[in-house]
Design a protein around this ligand. Structure first.
Ligand code: NAP
Length: 280
């Protein structure tokens, strides 16, 4: 694994294992529990120590599966992120939500706790009152946000007693909103990590002709090229998700890839497919 630095100098892995879909969508689904637990354990065995989950995933069941999967590992060697969902964001809700996540995960602290999405219905001051208290109590090591625009991110910074360490947003070769809205540039200038989710666009990126062509030149795969493009950017880390050992291994190959400047430039200027430019 390779690492980038949090604002305080602590290491964070450049690739983490996502968990969306393991244990259900927004409601619990117990039908593939052992596959999900195996996938998380395989990821950890291969060197993915950052596990990203959320209270919303599988209606809480995903956190339970993560908890079962990590129970046989040394907690201090893992970096566990979870997220508070938008229904539960006033001060007391935040405290209660964290307790629920800790219980399901079978741990007494989170490495990173994110606001999953901005919620216009609840004053964000309330949410941060709860989050700041959790840092104070030592139940959460770091705070961050997810799906925040630039204005929302700046506002969050003013309310957070500690540093906002990351904004987790959708970012991949076919999705450049965080570039267009200035979020990436702001993160890079302010020592905030940008955590790219859906980094291979749930598999859709793998058929892109430019990505395929560049991958072939390096004897690499399209997934490796897509991931390398992200993590070669300052302050960017990525969260691919896979339940397949071969894919998990393959994705780690992105760490060793070295693309020429001209190929990176080609990827920077990749032609976005019509489905992205003109969504239905
Ligand atoms: N903050 C948010 O709002 C938010 C939103 C979405 C996602 N996320 C987080 O980000 C994580 C990743 O995003 P994602 O799951 O949407 O998308 P993703 O990582 O872009 O794609 C996952 C899909 O790609 C496949 N895959 C992975 N590696 C592959 C490879 N080398 N070759 C071929 N297929 C491969 C996986 O199938 P196999 O299992 O068969 O490998 C899976 O179906 C989530 O799990 C979640 O933790 C956060």
């Amino acid at each position: 694994m390779k690492y980038k630095k949090l604002y305080d100098g602590a290491d964070i892995p450049v690739l983490g294992q996502g968990t969306w879909g393991l244990g259900g969508g927004m409601a619990p689904d117990h039908s593939h529990d052992s596959t999900a637990i195996d996938a998380i354990r395989t990821a950890i065995e291969l060197g993915y120590t950052h596990i990203d989950t959320a209270e919303m995933y599988g209606g809480g069941h995903t956190e339970e599966l993560v908890g079962q999967a990590v129970s046989e590992y040394n907690r201090e060697e893992l970096f566990i992120t979870s997220k508070i969902w938008k229904q539960t964001m006033d001060h007391q809700d935040v405290i209660n939500a964290l307790e629920g996540s800790l219980k399901r995960l079978g741990t007494d602290y989170l490495d990173l706790y994110l606001i999953h999405r901005p919620n216009r219905d609840i004053p964000i001051e309330e949410t941060f009152r709860g989050l700041n208290a959790l840092i104070e109590q030592g139940k959460v090591r770091y705070l961050g946000v997810s799906n925040f625009g630039l204005r929302q991110l700046k506002r969050a910074q003013t309310l957070c007693d500690t540093q906002i360490v990351t904004n987790q947003v959708r970012y991949h070769l076919h999705e450049r909103k965080c570039v267009a809205n200035g979020v990436l540039e702001y993160c890079q200038a302010n020592n905030i990590l940008l955590t790219a989710y859906s980094p291979i666009d749930r598999g859709y990126l793998l058929d892109d002709p430019t990505v395929k062509q560049i991958a072939a030149r390096y004897d690499a795969t399209p997934a490796q090229v897509a991931l390398h493009w992200l993590i070669s950017q300052p302050q960017v880390i990525a969260l691919p998700m896979s339940t397949n050992r071969r894919h998990l291994e393959e994705n780690l190959g992105a760490l060793e890839l070295e693309l020429s400047e001209s190929d990176i430039e080609r990827l920077n200027r990749i032609e976005l497919p019509e489905s992205v430019l003109f969504p239905e």
